[in-house]
Design a protein around this ligand. Structure first.
Ligand code: C5P
Length: 418
């Protein structure tokens, strides 16, 4: 999305514990090309420091002094501002339950909150920021351009938090997780100063029965509707490609019933033309909004370069092992998104076809997403006006350890769809 000469907006996301604010916020920020900050991390960092130094999380005065004495830095990492205390970025240690509960106590100290607000306003002042927390829309940026309040049932939140802890190697009983969330919610909404409240202007988004990518899309739709650009443009573009492909090339899509309507999906496709990504996207757009791994170079094209992100593309450095792209793709798939990949890498045809790389197996194995073998036909013959076809095969799951073997099997299935 282009904001022209306007200052880029601030998007505030508030809500109770375990509702998925960070996951949603990171994705919204990535899609808009904004920075993201989770302000809860600041309270967690202070709580951790207080525990280290033997300062009681209930001693408001000592906590306020501690917060002012520390050096706070915010270090950008892949579009996310990480909190650093006295030059040290704290990551894993902040996830523990001990720190969680202490952070909620620490956050009730008026002096601490004043200091945090000052820091948070300085971070967000130039705009282009997605900031999540408990009081962003009500206290930190009451004039935020967009205000969202994420909510979900207690059970859903407990399950999500339980899974998140498990992924970080912290094992806890589900009932214990539920109890801890309940306690924090109560403390956060009953405290005297800046309690958790829904701003009257906030748009409430309930994520109880929805996947996080669906929530991300909803948040973006609201942003786009008011900003009037980008997202709608993507929808329109897909519609246009589909319309033209049907009209001029008599596009035929078969096997659409094989594409799951929700949950992580990898569409593994042969690659013969530059038209493959838009044609596959248009073919499945009525069911899923696809994302792509796209070579990094296209993101520096004039004009279009800035739009790729809104079209669901993830930049990939093809000359090296691009861990950042892999992480982003895994995050998308685990969150229930749909990713189109071309396991053969660069375009090739007939005898020039390359051996598939193991990436499809790796992504499917690590994310648990299913793989739908897909074949595009005649995108390389568009000048001869042959009928375009997209054929989707049966979904399969990765098993075992042989990523390359899996990739070869999937491409065999793609071949068989000819
Ligand atoms: O979001 P997270 O669960 O990491 O936040 C940890 C704690 O920090 C919350 O329970 C809450 O007490 C506090 N917090 C806050 N205001 C914010 C962000 C977090 O009081 N803006």
């Amino acid at each position: 999305m282009s904001w022209g000469k306007r200052k880029k907006p601030i998007i505030a996301i508030d809500g109770p514990a375990g509702v998925g604010k960070s996951t949603v916020g990171v994705w919204v920020a990535k899609r808009l090309g904004f920075l993201f900050i989770n302000t809860g991390e600041m309270y967690r960092a202070l709580a951790w420091k207080a525990l280290q130094e033997g300062v009681s999380p209930q001693d408001h005065q000592a906590l306020a002094q501690l917060s002012e004495r520390l050096r706070w830095d915010f270090v950008p990492r892949e579009g996310v501002l990480k909190t650093a205390l006295d030059g040290q970025v704290l990551d894993q240690v902040l996830a523990s339950e001990e720190v969680s509960l202490a952070s909620s106590l620490v956050a009730a100290a008026p002096g601490v909150r004043r200091h945090m607000r000052k820091l948070q306003r300085a971070i967000g002042e130039s705009g282009g920021m997605v900031m999540e927390g408990r009081d962003i829309a009500t206290n930190v940026f009451p004039d935020a351009d967009f205000k969202f309040y994420l909510d979900a049932s207690l059970d859903t939140r407990a399950l999500r938090r339980h899974l998140q802890l498990h992924q970080r190697g912290i094992e806890m009983d589900l009932d214990q997780v539920r109890g801890s969330i309940l306690l924090r919610d109560r403390q956060d909404s009953e405290r005297q100063i800046n309690p958790l409240r829904r701003s009257p202007q906030a748009i409430v988004v309930d994520s109880t029965r929805r996947t996080l990518p669906e929530v991300v899309d909803e948040v973006l739709r609201h942003v786009q509707r008011r900003a009037g650009l980008g997202f709608a443009a993507y929808g329109f573009l897909l519609f246009l490609v589909r319309f033209l492909a049907r009209l001029i090339y008599r596009l035929e899509v078969t096997g659409l019933e094989n594409l799951p309507r929700s949950g992580g999906v990898l569409i593994a496709c042969n690659h013969v033309s530059l038209l493959d990504p838009p044609v596959v996207a248009a073919a499945i757009a009525s069911i899923r909004r696809p994302h792509f791994l796209a070579k990094r170079e296209i993101f520096s094209w004039p004009l279009l370069g800035r739009l790729w992100r809104h079209f669901g593309a993830i930049p990939l450095n093809r000359t090296a092992a691009d861990l950042r792209a892999v992480r982003e793709a895994l995050q998308l798939l685990k969150g229930g998104g749909c990713l189109v990949i071309f396991p053969e890498g660069t375009r090739g045809r007939g005898s020039r076809r390359k051996h598939p790389r193991g990436g499809v197996g790796f992504l499917a194995g690590k994310s648990g997403a299913c793989v739908v073998p897909t074949r595009v036909i005649n995108t390389d013959r568009c000048f001869r006006f042959r009928r375009l076809e997209v054929r989707l095969g049966r979904p399969t799951y990765f098993e075992g350890r042989d990523y390359h073997g899996f990739a070869a099997r999937i491409m065999g299935e793609v071949e068989a769809l000819a």
